[in-house]
Design a protein around this ligand. Structure first.
Ligand SMILES: Cc1ncc(COP(=O)(O)O)c(C=O)c1O
Length: 129
């Protein structure tokens, strides 16, 4: 599951998994600030939901998305939570434990002021069922 607000770098691999691998991918409809409610999230989660992917922040609108809320729902439901921190790594504090983030994807060349083309994927306590 993801949201309608994601960058193509998230959307395209999800669409690949959907179209080529038969993975069920759903998108929560966020408002123009990228906001989704807890009720919306709970309504869309099914027993088959294994992964939720969401951005932390947008460079287009400046919106900061409700990562803590999504993380707490993921923890409660045992769902792996992947955050796209492309626009926030090095800019905003990110505490993977406190925010219940299982995987954090980030570029080196944006807010971390690193070399072009670098990036990372931090992973903690991931269990693929
Ligand atoms: C939210 C988000 N995710 C992913 C990306 C892709 O980042 P990159 O160009 O470093 O691969 C961007 C780039 O603007 C972004 O804003």
């Amino acid at each position: 599951m993801s949201t309608t607000y994601e960058h193509n770098s998230v959307r395209r691999p999800l669409e690949f998994l959907k179209q080529e691998k038969g993975v069920i991918v759903t998108y929560l409809k966020s408002d123009h600030n990228g906001f989704i409610t807890k009720e919306q999230l709970l309504n869309e989660i099914t027993p088959k939901t294994k992964l939720i992917v969401a951005s932390h922040g947008s460079n287009l609108t400046g919106a900061i998305f409700p990562i803590e809320m999504i993380g707490s729902v993921c923890k409660e439901k045992g769902i792996t939570f992947l955050v796209d921190a492309s626009q926030t790594a090095g800019v905003l504090p990110i505490d993977m434990d406190a925010m219940n983030i299982d995987m954090l994807a980030f570029p080196g060349h944006k807010g971390l002021l690193g070399p072009q083309g670098t990036g990372g994927l931090l992973s903690s306590k991931v269990q693929w069922n």
